[in-house]
Design a protein around this ligand. Structure first.
Ligand code: PMP
Length: 396
């Protein structure tokens, strides 16, 4: 018998801290309304911001490509897994982002780990925003470069760190839109500081790509910046594009270096070609169906004005990510359960995903939500908060 006592005690500790995470098994396609464990729920925690995960054109593209190209890609990109469909998607992404080239990765997590660990090494410095996504942090740690974090969106803190750590190549890394807070990085200022220090700059726009910018180009275009201002751009497909995978866009030298040195690119099976075809179809919808971004914006405004009317404390976010910080992990869990009892799915985000004392309901809005569904969320939030106050006053 294997002795798992170490693991058992870690699990028990998590349980005691009320930090055990549980999965919801979904029995339907991703959309505003889903069925999970037999329960009909309004889904307010998906990243399918534009409602494309279940779009007929995206599904058809996937089906047709699977018929023609099969399901598995069979090998890594550098062996025999790089299909014509992958190539077409890379070219479309390069054009859309206004860069020389783009390179596909199987997931955003792998893109981030791959880029950072390929570009810097021992003797260099990685400077990251404190609230960057876990995959960026992991890439920084794996690279072997000196790793330092600056205060969230704080230019003075970034500048101080740049002055403090001047050895080797400096790489600044930031999310475009922060995944747990929903706020947007001050990219114009960061790009200026990066240039002043001859530092490389990487933006992970997982939550901005598809949603921001006049045609969904993302937070770089939204900020009015050009491609050369942000030399390393990462975007993912699992969110606004409704499929799966990621890309890095940049100039020839960057992309060629990643092909040669990014281990999560080299040593993994290429994404299924049908996913590339589906992503191409959804990229076209992103570029042509502006109404999706407009509808998303209307839903965000409706939610924000309704929530502030209820006296709920919102964060400074104009994006689809609208967290309500509760503080205590147990309280966030209780509120999430109360919402679920009313047919609303919003997961509680707790440490270690967010700092201790900042547990929250991470509400995400989508173009697929109707006005009436957003109202239903607001009514349920009001109910849940009332119930929560009554319960906690009884407990106190
Ligand atoms: N970056 C950010 C900011 C993210 O939020 C996520 C996913 N939560 C990723 C990267 C990872 O992307 P993927 O899900 O494609 O691995």
């Amino acid at each position: 018998m294997t002795d798992w006592s170490r693991l058992t005690s870690r699990l028990t500790q998590r349980q005691q801290q009320q930090l055990i995470r549980q999965r919801n098994t979904v029995e339907t396609a991703q959309s505003a309304e889903i069925i999970s464990n037999g329960e009909k729920l309004l889904n307010f925690c998906s990243n399918d911001y534009l409602g494309l995960a279940n779009h007929p054109q995206v599904i058809t593209a996937l089906q047709q490509a699977a018929v023609e190209y099969g399901v598995g890609s069979g090998a890594s990109h550098l062996v025999s897994g790089h299909s014509k469909l992958h190539h077409e998607l890379e070219e479309a992404l390069a054009e859309f982002t206004g860069r020389q080239r783009a390179l596909l990765f199987s997931t955003g997590y792998m893109a981030n780990v791959g880029v950072i660990s390929a570009l810097v090494e021992k003797g260099d410095v990685v400077l990251q925003d404190k609230l960057n996504h876990a995959s960026l942090i992991d890439g920084g740690l794996l690279s072997g470069a000196r790793f330092t974090r600056y205060l969230h969106n704080d230019l003075a803190s970034l500048t101080q760190k740049l002055q403090q750590h001047q050895t080797g190549q400096q790489l600044i890394v930031t999310d475009g839109v922060f995944s747990m807070d929903g706020d947007i990085a001050p990219l114009t200022d960061i790009a200026t500081v990066a240039k002043q220090h001859s530092a490389w700059l990487m933006v992970d726009d997982a939550h901005g790509f598809g949603c921001l910018g006049p045609n969904g180009e993302g937070s770089v275009t939204e900020a009015g910046l050009a491609a050369e201002d942000i030399p390393i751009l990462v975007g993912t497909f699992g969110k606004a594009l409704g499929t799966s995978g990621a890309f890095v866009a940049g100039d020839e030298v960057l992309i060629e270096s990643l092909i040669q040195f990014a281990r999560p690119y080299i040593y993994t099976t290429a994404m299924p070609p049908a996913i590339a075809a589906a992503t191409l179809a959804s990229l076209k919808l992103v570029q042509t169906e502006n109404w999706r971004r407009e509808k998303l914006q209307r839903n965000i405004s409706q939610f924000r004005s309704g929530a502030s009317h209820l006296g709920l404390q919102l964060m400074e976010s104009v994006t689809a990510i609208q967290p309500i910080v509760v503080g205590d992990a147990e309280a966030a869990l209780m509120l999430s359960q109360q919402l679920k009892a009313q047919g609303i799915l919003v997961t509680a985000i707790r440490p270690p995903t967010v700092p201790v004392g900042t547990s929250r309901l991470r509400i995400t809005l989508s173009a697929s939500h109707s006005e009436q569904q957003v109202n239903q969320l607001l009514e349920s939030l009001e109910q849940a908060c009332k119930q929560f106050k009554t319960t906690s006053s009884r407990l106190n």
